[in-house]
Ligand binder design. Structure first.
Ligand SMILES: Cc1cc2nc3c(=O)[nH]c(=O)nc-3n(C[C@H](O)[C@H](O)[C@H](O)COP(=O)(O)OP(=O)(O)OC[C@H]3O[C@@H](n4cnc5c(N)ncnc54)[C@H](O)[C@@H]3O)c2cc1C
Length: 380
């Protein structure tokens, strides 16, 4: 069978493009994934106890983009959810990002916001030029808070000291002098009411989309017939690692169900110092599911395994640039998504990236045109 598009990867990047091309442009699409399920890393499912869990770690949806929110709202209803994280430090559970309560509870102070600002100024170590992840934190909140909340966590997460990591890693986490303990401040913070997989099922339920799961593109590519290829797998793998492997950090997930209704006070507790794992997630906080038992996941960072986080170091960015140049020379092949562009993206950013590619493919003027007005009405 001949297809207009073959798409590798049924995560956000591949599924959004398959959906738009099939439903809006009448294209015949073959969507391939080597995993036995759709949804990519956002895949969720009911485990043996009947609890909805995320196979690849907690996924929390948040965005500032009305277009992305409007687009996804066609395929799911939402459950309002604001993410809050606690860190286990010195035997206490304290809010992270660091805020007024974090400092007061940790040290037994009674600072006001103004006093905390002064305190940060007094303990922050001046750094001439902020280059590394250590510089970002130490200059803002001083060495003690850096060591208690960031150093150990980052070393576990990346297998590198923050002094060796690009500033972007810790720049993503703000420091607050008020009592706002939300992890994200985006305009739209929701979880899909019936889960991510249900949302993907709805997106891909179209007669023009032919789904091929448990199939590695590399093993079938010679047998396929298509006009254009959209590739959301690892860009270096596409080119047989011809310039060498792009380094990734991976994770091992240990999923458990325990015989208690609630395990911890919030969805995610970070363990910056003790224990080999970085964090524990309890899903019922995210999904709102009621159940006499509860399911939790421990995350152990590791160097081998599925590619999850591109390692942000200048030499890796340079290596990616070489693959990018090669990618740009391919006729009728489009690289998109987290792995296709070797960049850590949140789900909403990948949706935006995929809609942007669709816009380019059909020659539309703006993202709004691509999402459609009917969908925008839905978001109101
Ligand atoms: C632990 C973790 C937690 C996260 N938490 C959040 C969060 O809270 N909020 C948020 O917004 N984002 C989060 N993310 C990011 C989110 O997972 C990504 O933004 C999103 O999954 C990217 O979608 P994608 O389509 O680019 O890639 P993926 O979801 O990785 O999909 C790529 C797909 O391509 C398939 N593939 C690869 N190679 C081949 C091949 N050769 N043949 C066939 N198929 C192939 C893979 O099997 C995969 O299913 C998290 C990521 C991780 C790792």
């Amino acid at each position: 069978m001949h297809f207009d598009f073959a798409i590798v990867g049924a995560g956000y990047a591949g599924s959004v493009l398959a959906e738009r091309l099939a439903s809006q442009s009448g294209k015949k699409v073959l969507l391939i994934d080597k995993r036995p399920h759709i949804g990519g890393n956002a895949y969720d499912y009911y485990n043996e106890a009947g609890i909805l869990i995320h196979l690849y770690g907690p996924h929390i949806f948040h965005t500032n983009s009305p277009d992305v929110f409007a687009y996804l709202s066609q395929f799911t209803e939402w459950r309002p959810y604001e993410h809050r994280v606690l860190a286990s430090v010195d035997g206490k559970l304290l809010p992270i990002p660091i805020n007024l309560d974090t400092v007061n509870k940790l040290y037994g102070y009674n600072f006001t916001s103004e006093e905390l600002e002064e305190y940060f100024k007094s303990v922050g170590e001046p750094v001439e030029k902020i280059r590394t992840s250590e510089d970002v934190v130490v200059s803002q909140v001083g060495r003690d808070l850096y060591e208690k909340f960031f150093r150990g966590y980052t070393r576990k997460q990346w297998g590198l000291d923050p002094s060796e990591l690009d500033k972007m890693v810790t720049s993503r986490i703000p420091t607050r002098t008020n009592r706002d303990d939300r992890y994200f401040t985006d305009q739209y913070q929701y979880m899909p009411l019936h889960g991510y997989t249900k949302m993907f099922e709805k997106m891909l339920d179209h007669p023009n989309i032919h789904l091929m799961l448990s199939t590695d593109f590399r093993e079938v590519k010679e047998t396929l017939s298509y006009d254009q290829l959209i590739y959301t797998g690892p860009v270096d793998e596409y080119f047989d690692h011809c310039f060498g492997k792009l380094p990734y950090r991976s994770l091992r997930f240990e999923h458990k169900t325990v015989d208690t209704e609630q395990y911890q006070p919030v969805a995610v507790v970070n363990y910056p110092n003790d224990n080999a794992y970085t964090r524990i997630t309890e899903y019922k906080h995210l999904t709102g599911q009621e159940h006499p038992k509860t399911s939790i996941t421990f995350e152990y960072p590791q160097s081998e395994g599925d590619p999850y986080y591109p390692i942000p170091k200048p030499e890796n960015a340079e290596l990616y640039q070489r693959y990018k140049q090669l990618a740009e020379q391919q006729a009728n092949v489009h690289f998109v998504g987290r792995l296709g562009t070797y960049r850590y993206y949140n789900m909403d950013q990948v949706v935006a990236q995929a809609l942007t590619l669709y816009k380019k493919l059909i020659g539309a003027e703006s993202l709004e045109d691509v999402v459609g007005t009917k969908e925008k009405e839905l978001a109101k």
